[in-house]
Design a protein around this ligand. Structure first.
Ligand SMILES: Nc1nc2c(c(=O)[nH]1)N[C@H]1C(S)=C(S)[C@@H](COP(=O)(O)O)O[C@H]1N2
Ligand SMILES: [Mo]
Length: 404
């Protein structure tokens, strides 16, 4: 499947009025903030609310709070294994974590791309053949603050550093299994999961439930309806009782607290594929470019401005990852990007762990850089291409440390 073709075909159908969901007029209204938009969001069961936006404890040594979100500090992974434990996993909430009763929860499937509507309980879902998958969930805005911090550019959105990513083991049922049993038709084109969290209201406009369409080819490929994370039932903040996991794609595709899935024979639109999660800017067409797949990134398992002893051998550790598949190699520079040497690969898969021995001779200020190349040959440039909403920051990040 060619994602660019998919997007441009849908855009022309949208202009021609063939698509359903979020209209061009809605987008125009949203852009000028005139009035509330009726989105035709159906009745979904009300969910109880927690006190704050996030339920789990957020100790400051592991997390930085950013509005309704919590970013993982990279030093929180320094003494950890391959997976990110639930207690350290970042949280990205458009509003707040809903408290859902798994015994009354149902997944409703409907739309013009199904032979008939279907409804499943959690027990029904758990009776279907299950599968396990180690996959990253990463926000499209991960690294956004470096557009400003490294490139001096102004972008909108949460000022994440590099901690809006986590890798976990997810267990659940393939979305394809559920769609086939529900009778997906041959003319289905889009599949849109929708969350049970509160409606997202921004700029005085109620955008309805968090939702974003997936092309049917991806939905039938490797997408999971997950009910377990690292061997435990999904925790409330990460989507209890069931969330979508879309390997390789930006975090917004992996809808949490999924309650309804629309399967459509006509293209679907939501604010999350028309306004948000599109690349706008001088390098992009006026209608923007849809974001689906993640880019290549690297991070050191060190605090920002870490202090390291001079004249001693240190082992710098880090992780690199890409939405295109495995990382092929990682290079590290400790001299401001002048010279690069290969890091030692430790363990690969959803992300690549690596280490690099370093003996800094003289005290002073240094910047550490890591640059990964993935299986497709995609690598990390010195400068990321600007887009107004600061998505997909793939440039090499200069990590400052003090040698004392
Ligand atoms: N229903 C719902 N699903 C959602 C979101 C949300 O706010 N509501 N946030 C999305 C975004 S933007 C990201 S990056 C991931 C974050 O997943 P996590 O909080 O489990 O780390 O969830 C996605 N799924
Ligand atoms: Mo996100």
């Amino acid at each position: 499947m060619d994602e660019r073709e998919y997007d441009s075909a849908r855009l022309s159908q949208w202009r021609a009025g063939v698509a359903s969901g979020f209209s061009r007029r809605d987008l125009a209204r949203l852009a000028v903030g005139v009035s509330a938009v009726a989105l035709g969001v159906g009745a979904a069961p009300a969910a109880a609310r927690a006190d704050g936006p996030i339920v789990k404890p957020l100790p400051p040594e592991w997390f930085t709070i950013r509005g309704t979100n919590a970013e993982m500090r990279w030093e929180a992974l320094a003494d950890q294994g391959y997976l990110v434990p639930v207690d350290r996993f970042f949280v990205r909430n458009h509003t707040s974590t809903p408290i859902i009763d798994g015994s009354t929860w149902r997944l409703e499937l409907f739309g013009s791309g199904l032979r008939a509507p279907a409804s499943l309980s959690l027990r029904d879902l758990k009776r279907l053949p299950s599968t396990e998958l180690v996959s990253a969930v990463e926000c499209a805005g991960n690294g956004r603050s470096f557009y400003t911090g490294q490139q001096g550019q102004t972008v909108s959105g949460t000022a994440w550093t590099l901690g809006a990513i986590g890798v976990a083991r997810w267990r659940g049922v393939r979305l394809s299994t559920v769609l086939r049993r529900a009778g997906i038709t041959r003319d289905a084109v889009d599949v849109q999961p929708e969350g049970l969290d509160p409606n997202f209201v921004t700029g005085g406009v109620d955008l309805g439930r968090v939702r974003r369409p997936l092309p049917v080819a991806k939905a039938l490929d490797d997408v999971l309806l997950a009910y377990e994370m690292n061997g435990e039932p999904l925790p409330p903040d990460h989507g209890y009782p069931v969330r979508v996991i879309v390997p390789g794609w930006i975090g917004i595709a992996s809808i949490k607290w999924v309650g309804r899935i629309e399967v459509s024979a006509t293209p679907l639109f939501s604010p999350w594929n028309t306004q948000f999660y599109r690349l706008f800017g001088p390098a992009y067409p006026a209608e923007g470019t849809l974001v689906s797949r993640q880019v290549v990134k690297s991070a050191f398992e060190l605090p920002w401005n870490a202090t390291l002893a001079a004249g001693r051998r240190h082992v710098l550790r880090g992780r690199s990852w890409s939405g295109n598949g495995p990382v092929r190699h990682v290079e590290v520079s400790t001299d401001g990007g002048a010279t690069w040497r290969r890091a030692r690969a430790v363990a690969g898969g959803a992300w690549q762990r690596w280490e690099y021995p370093w003996r800094p001779a003289a005290p002073g200020a240094y910047t550490l850089r890591a640059r990964a190349t993935d299986v497709t040959g995609a690598s990390q440039p010195a400068v990321a291409e600007f887009n107004t909403q600061g998505y997909l920051f793939d440039a090499v990040v200069a990590h400052p440390v003090t040698v004392g």
